[in-house]
Design a protein around this ligand. Structure first.
Ligand SMILES: NC(=O)c1ccc[n+]([C@@H]2O[C@H](COP(=O)([O-])OP(=O)(O)OC[C@H]3O[C@@H](n4cnc5c(N)ncnc54)[C@H](O)[C@@H]3O)[C@@H](O)[C@H]2O)c1
Ligand SMILES: [Zn+2]
Ligand SMILES: [Zn+2]
Length: 367
């Protein structure tokens, strides 16, 4: 079939919204008619050419929500008409990682996905007979996409797709960092560094866990205002005294849980140092630049601080994204506040500009 999609033709150039061919879903695959898609930093990062693993041409986009149109042979978990959220982090339910409760890093299709292909090593996207690679296994800046069944989370049909799509990446990452990775205990003190989509999700996750104090630190007063809305009990403008202030305000010890959601290694270090001696846990969600390293004084660790990383918030997508969406449907999570702009597919490059100017949290493409 013919579809319209936003193609990254060349690194550093605006995306080209154009017509492509999309082949029918094969065994284990699903054709999804996209309804909404968030514009995320990872899309812009890849478009810029800074990502060493990036490739072009490809159709970008990975924060999608849409309706199942047709299914390939053997697909049983979704059916035409279902509302699904796309998962760049799939869940096959069979591999050694899926069977463990310790991780969400499904091993089933990693290799081909990283190369830009569906699990059988081929692409469904093409133009004039030339294959076009898929991005993060999703390619959701498009009217339709074909994805593996194991990379789709079925969510309640009454969920508005423009809200549902936000659970495909940053929001679930932040929520999951607090709920799954750190497993924040009620009554604790948390510090969240960064109030973008990921940090705001972490703030909400801390609140939902029953944390007593949730301190959010960012450079932007506007973003800190949003953090208040997600349940931050204190908001601080970031500066070089943040660590000292956390320690001072926690009886000289530090916070029970800290979260890093900026991608800056200097902030990661602050998050480690602001964690409490004895049991403080620092969860790192930010993605640092290529080749950057985290500088930590070993004594901070010997005296009981711990550091862990979190990919997609440790969320096992098919099982847990519907649960997180349920928090929204039950009125326990304010998702509407994250949508700052609604744009059409043709305005995708404007979505990048808005993000570059830190204008709002998320632009959502409505299809
Ligand atoms: N682990 C994962 O699976 C995963 C998923 C999505 C995104 N990410 C990463 O998470 C990070 C955050 O993503 P986002 O979409 O929320 O980004 P964002 O750019 O919207 O938010 C980052 C925030 O950090 C703030 N900041 C900058 N310097 C700071 C400082 N010194 N102290 C405190 N705050 C500071 C900025 O003002 C901004 O509000 C990125 O590195 C992104 O790549 C990781
Ligand atoms: Zn993303
Ligand atoms: Zn798996």
């Amino acid at each position: 079939m013919k579809i319209r999609a936003a193609v990254l033709e060349e690194f550093g150039k605006p995306l080209n919204v154009t017509e492509l061919d999309l082949a029918e879903p094969r065994a284990g695959e699903v054709l999804v008619r996209l309804a909404a898609c968030g514009v995320c930093h990872t899309d812009m990062y890849t478009a810029s050419g800074a990502d060493p693993t990036g490739y072009a041409p490809t159709v970008l986009g990975h924060e999608g929500a849409g309706f199942v149109e047709r299914v390939g042979e053997g697909v049983t978990s979704v059916a035409p008409g279902d509302l699904v959220v796309t998962l760049f982090s799939p869940q096959c339910r069979e591999c050694i990682h899926c069977q463990s409760t310790e991780t969400n890093l499904c091993l089933a299709i990693r290799e081909q996905q990283n190369l830009g292909y569906l699990p059988d090593g081929t692409a469904r996207l093409s133009r004039d007979g030339e294959p076009i690679r898929h991005f993060m296994g999703c390619s959701t800046f498009a009217e339709y996409t074909v994805m593996p069944e194991i990379a789709l989370a079925k969510v309640p049909r009454e969920t508005p797709p423009d809200r549902a799509c936000l659970f495909a990446c940053g929001l679930s990452t932040g929520l999951g960092a607090a709920l799954n990775t750190a497993r924040v205990r009620p009554g604790s003190t948390c510090v969240v560094f960064g109030a973008g989509m990921v940090g705001l999700g972490a703030v909400a996750g801390c609140r939902l866990s029953g944390a007593e104090r949730v301190i959010c630190v960012d450079l932007s007063p506007d973003r800190l205002e949003l953090a208040r809305g997600q349940g931050a009990t204190e908001t601080w403008i970031a500066d070089e005294h943040t660590v000292a202030r956390v320690i001072e305000e926690t009886g000289g010890f530090g916070a029970d849980y800290t979260f890093e959601a900026t991608g800056l290694v200097a902030v990661m270090r602050q998050a480690v140092e602001a964690a409490r001696m004895g049991w403080g846990l620092c969860t790192i969600a930010g993605v640092a630049g290529r080749g950057e390293t985290l500088d930590v004084i070993p004594r901070w660790l010997i005296t009981g601080r711990r550091i862990c990383g979190s990919s997609f918030g440790g969320v096992k997508g098919r099982d847990q994204v519907p649960e997180l969406v349920g928090l929204y449907l039950d009125g326990r999570l304010d998702v509407d506040a994250f949508i700052s702009h609604r744009i059409g597919l043709d305005d995708v490059n404007r979505g990048f500009e808005l993000m570059e100017n830190q204008d709002g949290i998320r632009s959502v493409i409505e299809l």
